[in-house]
Design a protein. Structure first.
Length: 110
């Protein structure tokens, strides 16, 4: 068994080359607006999809700009979601973290 907070921390880990490490998971689909869900989705190899630029390991010399929230930017923390990028196909899937069943072959507990 693995705690959900530990699974989420492992999802964000990077390898020595700076790229996100792939993981496998299984979760249940759910959509409140469409009133549908209940399918179990198995993902053999995925990474988190929040990277916009490749990680270089260097800090920027310019100060960071203030982030502007627009309706198109999801608030993953408030909505308890994560975007997964499937390694094989490159498709991006949204997963609700409370619907996570297994992570790297271990059952997820809260």
């Amino acid at each position: 068994m693995i705690l959900m907070r530990d699974a989420l921390a492992i999802m964000e880990q990077r390898g020595p080359d700076g790229n996100l490490l792939p993981f496998s998971c299984q979760y249940v689909t759910y959509s409140r607006q469409r009133n549908e869900g209940g399918k179990i989705i198995t993902v053999d190899s995925a990474v988190l999809s929040f990277d916009k630029k490749p990680f270089t390991g260097k800090k920027s010399e310019t100060p960071p700009t203030e982030r502007i929230n627009t309706p198109s930017q999801p608030n993953h923390f408030a909505n308890k979601t994560r975007n997964l990028k499937i390694v094989d196909s490159g498709a991006i899937r949204k997963m609700r973290i409370r619907m996570l069943i297994t992570f790297n072959g271990q059952q997820v507990v809260y």
